[in-house]
Design a protein around this ligand. Sequence first.
Ligand SMILES: Nc1ncnc2c1ncn2[C@@H]1O[C@H](COP(=O)(O)OP(=O)(O)O)[C@@H](O)[C@H]1O
Ligand SMILES: [Mg+2]
Length: 208
Amino acid sequence: MKGLFITFEGADGSGKSTQLRFLAEYLEERGVSVVRTREPGGCLVAEKIRELLLSKDSEMDGVTEALLYAAARAAHVRQVIRPALDAGRVVLCDRFIHSSLAYQGYGRGLGTDLVWQINKPAIDGCMPDVTVFINVPPERAFERMNENKVHDRLESEDLSFHQRVFDGFTQLSKGEGIISIDARGTKFETREIILQKLMPYFVSAGIL
Ligand SMILES: Nc1ncnc2c1ncn2[C@@H]1O[C@H](COP(=O)(O)OP(=O)(O)O)[C@@H](O)[C@H]1O
Ligand SMILES: [Mg+2]
């Protein structure tokens, strides 16, 4: 039995966590076994790497950053994602490889070839069946974030960095296996668009 692996991507504040929760609830109400997880993180060692990555005193170059994300991903794939998929479950993951491509590849300027190379052994063939790109421009997404929120190391980068990341996501969303969702509407409107786009995947996997 093989489950279904779905990842959510987009800017901070775009609504990834909200939409992941909506989809998980929709599936769980229909008796589907769902694993909700996130990157960087999702298992103990990866959550420790997350702390290191997001801490504001962790000054580091782009290659170090990309390798740490990949290291966290390697553990997450082996400890959580692949075992869940092998058990036939639906895995919903907040960020995955496309965030590395967008943030380190485009944002930090490493290029997507190098980021792919670094991530190949981490992912080890465990690619998402489908990726949902929550398409909201960074300035709009930023408005959605709580004014009082304490921004982590990456959120604290300037708007030009976030614009490069967003342009990266936009480029990547022209590729295969990724669906761009116009998420400028309300969270409930966005929820309906996502459900409609994902339904064929659930049906063909025999999940719904
Ligand atoms: N479509 C939407 N319109 C307006 N606000 C939204 C929308 N979707 C989510 N939000 C709100 O924006 C904030 C950021 O959403 P969140 O899901 O945490 O984004 P992310 O996980 O991508 O950072 C939350 O307060 C959320 O309730
Ligand atoms: Mg979130």
